[in-house]
Ligand binder design. Structure first.
Ligand code: LLP
Length: 451
């Protein structure tokens, strides 16, 4: 087999920089494809040594496909950049196989609900490698976390402090806790995913004095042996391209954090990824270096464990969604609608945040895409758009497999059964073998909860 490597493929596993292809009708940029992506002599895309068009035939569509080597490389990059304690934010994409993979590659796992906790534990991830988040943790969620002994609990409200104090009395251990602080920084991203500003449902505000009060209460609980108060946490938002806001957050937090003498500081997640041709995001290592530099400059001692909890940047580019084209409608004077067999039920991001994606045909991934189209789903509303401004080769036909790259984060995890569309299967591909890690929902699954 003489598969021709796509430009920039690095067989050692490192992800090369995006060549910044700004032409929307050129081929999809190499940096938007998983690390093992290569093009065979017929122009067809292979990932992990497997032909994607054939994979769609074998497992059906829509199908979430993940390049396992890419996932592993990103986890390793995170551990290398941040050191032990860096946590994968499972909300970006979680199933048993993903939880195992992140754990095997040395990451802790951030879980933000009892459900995510359950999946991580079901995957066999040791509880002490888990970090529990949540802005409204229930008694049941906190009790479950205390019972199994999760590694860290991130405290988000005064009500939670009361609740924890009550529940710890009836549990075996003494949990390690961090206080979540909102530093009052607005990052440039969609307002739905900004979290570090003063007006936020998350954490304790620095400006209002709530942060100082929370620290006082947690220190008192620490002194009484109820909890071990180990650190401060601040998450600014998601899909953040600029590194400067993270450094600014350190600057703002340092005066508050340093005098506490606590051993841990977590900057949350948020590192952005490129979704469309021409976008470029900073690498994980640069993010970590810039945060460390800011810590040093702000007088935070080197002994402090400074870490993060990336989600999107670990999984987004590793994932591709494969759809089958069902209808093509040319509306004269307007546009061409290409309908696929999924939509807002497997990727609600375009509807929720106006997010842009690329579309391409895996059977000719290197071809130019001169035809402007809109990719839409099969749901009963006009807002059901998958790719608002897409480009495809002229010869796209009904029955083609159409792919959207960079769909590994917040697609499967936010999928729904809207219109009673069964949720897609998830396949991991490595070394020429594809394995289904989440099976496709069946029609019977759609009625299994009805009583
Ligand atoms: N840590 C905390 C406390 C978070 O709230 C989040 C994301 C993360 C870490 C991971 O952030 P990431 O590295 O993935 O940006 N559904 C939205 C994203 C919501 C993010 C919520 N929190 C989307 O599809 O863009």
């Amino acid at each position: 087999m003489t598969a021709e490597s796509a430009p920039g493929v690095d067989r050692a596993g490192a992800i090369p920089p995006d060549p910044s292809v700004a032409d929307p009708s050129g081929p999809v940029a190499r940096g938007l494809l998983p690390v093992t992506a290569e093009v065979d002599p017929a122009g067809r895309l292979r990932v992990g040594g497997v032909d994607l068009t054939g994979l769609a035939e074998e497992f059906g569509t829509p199908l979430f496909v993940y390049d396992e080597a890419h996932l592993r490389a990103m986890c390793r990059e995170a551990v290398e950049a941040w050191g032990d304690g860096v946590a994968y934010a499972t909300k970006a994409f979680l199933c048993v196989a993903m939880a195992r993979l992140a754990h095997e590659e040395g990451m802790c796992l951030d879980v933000s609900t009892g459900g995510e906790l359950h999946v991580a534990l079901s995957a066999g991830v040791p509880a002490d490698r888990l970090v529990l988040h949540g802005s409204n943790k229930s008694d049941a969620e906190l009790s479950a976390a205390l019972e199994v002994g999760v590694g860290r609990i991130i405290i988000d409200s005064f009500d939670e402090i009361d609740r924890l104090e009550r529940l710890v009395a009836a549990s075996p251990g003494r949990p390690k806790v961090l206080a979540r602080i909102t530093p009052g920084i607005e990052v440039h991203t969609h307002e739905f995913v900004q979290t570090g500003q003063d007006d936020s449902k998350f954490g304790f505000g620095l400006a209002s004095g709530a942060a100082a009060e929370a620290v006082g209460r947690l220190s008192a609980l620490d002194a009484r042996g109820v909890v071990e108060f180990v650190g401060i946490h601040a998450h600014l938002g998601s899909q953040v391209f600029a590194l400067a806001p993270f450094a600014r957050a350190i600057d703002v937090l340092a005066g508050f954090f340093a005098p506490l003498g606590l051993p841990e500081l977590v900057v949350g997640g948020g590192l952005g990824v490129a979704y469309v041709n021409g976008e470029e995001a900073p690498p994980m290592a640069e993010w970590a270096v810039s945060v460390r530099q800011a810590c040093r400059a702000a007088g935070i001692p080197d002994s402090v464990r400074v870490t993060a909890e990336p989600g999107r940047s670990i999984v987004a580019t590793a994932g591709i969604t494969l759809y089958r084209v069902g209808t093509v409608k040319d509306i004269a004077g307007h546009r061409t609608y290409v309908s696929v067999d999924g939509g807002m039920s497997d990727n609600p991001r375009p509807v929720l945040y106006g997010s842009g994606y690329e579309a391409f045909l895996p059977r000719e991934v290197r071809s130019a895409r001169p035809k402007a189209i809109r990719v839409v789903g099969k749901h009963c509303e006009t807002g059901d758009v998958v790719v608002s401004e897409g480009y495809v080769p002229e010869d796209l036909v009904v029955g083609d497999v159409l792919a959207t790259p960079v769909t590994g984060a917040y697609g499967h995890s936010m999928a729904s059964n809207y219109n009673k569309v069964p949720r897609p299967a998830v396949a991991f591909i490595a070394d020429g073998v594809a394995r289904i890690v989440v099976r496709r929902e069946t029609l019977d699954d759609l009625v299994r909860l009805d009583v």
